[in-house]
Ligand binder design. Sequence first.
Ligand SMILES: Nc1ncnc2c1ncn2[C@@H]1O[C@H](COP(=O)(O)OP(=O)(O)O)[C@@H](O)[C@H]1O
Ligand code: SF4
Ligand SMILES: [Mg+2]
Length: 341
Amino acid sequence: MMELLPRRAPSGEECSARLLPVIDVRNLQVRFPTRDGVVTALDGLSMQVMPGEIVGLVGESGCGKSTAALSFMRLIPQPGRITAGEIVLDGQDILKLSDREMRALRGPSVAMIFQDALTALDPTMPVGKQIAEPLQLHKGLAAAAARARAIELFGQVGIPDPERRFGQYSHQFSGGMRQRVMIAVALSCGPRLLLADEPTTALDVTVQRQILRLIRQLRDTLNAGVVFITHDVGVVAELCTRVIVMYAGRAVEAGPTQAVFTHPTHPYTAGLLSSTLELTGDRSLPLYAIPGLPPELIDLPAGCAFAPRCPRADPECWNAAPILEPSGPQQSVACWRWKGD
Ligand SMILES: Nc1ncnc2c1ncn2[C@@H]1O[C@H](COP(=O)(O)OP(=O)(O)O)[C@@H](O)[C@H]1O
Ligand code: SF4
Ligand SMILES: [Mg+2]
């Protein structure tokens, strides 16, 4: 397989930048006003991704994973708002940038494979142009070279007959093919940080493998950081160096994937893992083994949000929400009772 972008020696500035996180998120809070009340989709999320690192973000539907990735692109839909915190991307606090400055970062600095391919693509522009134009703009490629690169990327994400497909519009593609187009768009400028939001859900196993290979390749050739969002802990185990387990808009456990998966300290992590072990190897099955459902994120009660579903809850758990604290050399957990009784 060909490289995503030609290799070149990093500049001195880039070398020193490599010691810094690609993204450093501190105490992020995101709220959506709704008819029923204010939804706090993220409540104090802090996380970092180093260059060359693939960090998995896992948790059931509705726990804030997509909101986190959208806020890193500064694309939270109105009337939603980032109400507190900092997002430092490659050394710059993106919450202080103008819209124009932020637009310039999307593509080369941060790119996203959206969960919903239909809304992510521009229906009025041929799909090939949606790759070729940013390549001309951000990477200075001539029109013919940008076109050739777009066609090459289409081939790499498994789109048959890429030359003919270049000039077609998104509505002419099936759901799975649209997903591939969007993956090609996200990878095209070789971003420093890739946000992949359930990128392979709609794809068959062979294409899934191909996409995971491309993501690894982006990491290896460009030392990019990746946030990989999924509810599939099997994929996290295989792909991610570190994992962050989310519940009700918060990180409840974080650490190196191997440490977290062999010694989960949060009862929710343990539940997610044990439900996976019971699966018959079919990773497309949803994980429903934890009793009950995640809470609505409106007016959460004061205590631990997991308490109503937690097998280890005791009366104190209902009084105050636990904060993330170290539970091992590199592992952290938000649970009052992780040490046991
Ligand atoms: N545009 C929106 N308006 C209102 N609430 C939203 C919106 N987007 C997300 N939310 C709410 O924010 C919470 C987190 O959603 P999301 O980030 O999509 O979770 P996940 O990606 O983990 O499934 C959910 O409670 C969801 O209902
Ligand atoms: S704080 Fe209590 S309720 Fe929450 S996860 Fe820990 S044991 Fe369960
Ligand atoms: Mg989502």
